[in-house]
Design a protein around this ligand. Sequence first.
Ligand code: FAD
Length: 363
Amino acid sequence: MNYEQLIKRLDDIDPIAYGKSRNFTDGAVTQLSPYISRGVIDTKTVLLHLVKRGYSYYHVQKFVQQMAWREFFQRVWQTEGERIHSDLKQDQGAKFNKGMSLSVDHATTGIEAIDASIKVLKQTGYMHNHLRMYTAFMNCNLAGFHWHDAAKWMYYHLLDGDWASNALSWQWVAGTFSSKKYIANQENINHYAKSSQRKTYLDCTYEELAEASAPVHLLESVDLNLTTNLPVAAPITIDNSKPTCIYNYYNLSPTWRKGEDTNRVLLLEPEMFARYPVSDACMAFMMEQCKNIEGIKLFVGSFAELQQFTRESTLYFREHPLNKHYIGIEDPRNWMIQISQPVKGSFFSFWKKYERQLENQFK
Ligand SMILES: Cc1cc2nc3c(=O)[nH]c(=O)nc-3n(C[C@H](O)[C@H](O)[C@H](O)COP(=O)(O)OP(=O)(O)OC[C@H]3O[C@@H](n4cnc5c(N)ncnc54)[C@H](O)[C@@H]3O)c2cc1C
């Protein structure tokens, strides 16, 4: 899907059906997240599109609130930086500090809806939000693995992999960035995934589940060695009489500085991908999105190595926590919510503070 088709797809968003059904795994969710996470489109553009379509705020509130979760997580990453790699608010109290449940990786937990969704994740790079929560619950709160390695596993497979939404959602489920650990029983899973499985180890009350120990097959661990296959780049030539716009895994916006006469470079830093590995499918999806940006050239190497080719050229890039070592002119991201101070605390205090700003857009 190219950028024009993506913009047309915004007409398919049904915020009313979304509000009623988004928690069901066959609900009216948008699957826009791969494009949002890769920075092809941003939440503000999606919001303004809904305004243009004439909805009242009442009808879009649930949808807009979910997009606000995304901005909240991004803002927390800005504020907390590296700290989002470790338990933010309280210790998880994990039984196993390394690895993840082999049954989760192999889709052999025995819970049909979850196993099916893990297979789909590996085939398509997408998993519904509720199934992400169930998967994280099984790995962290039932089997007792620390959230970090499994979050990296999920990030690796997701086309929408975004370390802020990913790490902080895992922390939310694991109770290190929320007030309690998330749990779900078979009845809940059957309801939202429309499955009918019974007599499983999750087929009990919440009180029983809170006291239950995990079945032994969930405790077998796997220590994944995830790696990224980076594309091979042709030698780069830069016209140093022009500025250079730098794109990367988190900024592939075709509208950013559009129409300006610049070099355009996709910078893939091996060090970044060694720390945050992604699958071949994610790499292919990202490369596909580059086709929206005319004249873009690939550079595989560090920012410092790129600088050797751009000595006379002014460098432009978009603000992001992973770009802190870039030197040049930093453009802001296209935020849906303008904040007045660094974001800390809970989503609901963030929401309380800024919801009015969003509501006003619909007046
Ligand atoms: C364990 C776990 C890991 C996750 N990892 C990621 C990740 O790596 N990248 C990612 O983008 N999201 C992640 N999420 C959040 C959420 O699951 C996805 O954003 C959502 O499922 C994307 O599907 P969609 O585009 O159909 O969403 P829709 O429901 O159609 O929502 C529209 C947009 O709003 C935003 N959004 C919706 N729900 C959430 C949410 N709960 N948190 C943050 N933003 C949201 C997304 O940008 C999404 O594209 C994770 C959630 C969990 C529980």
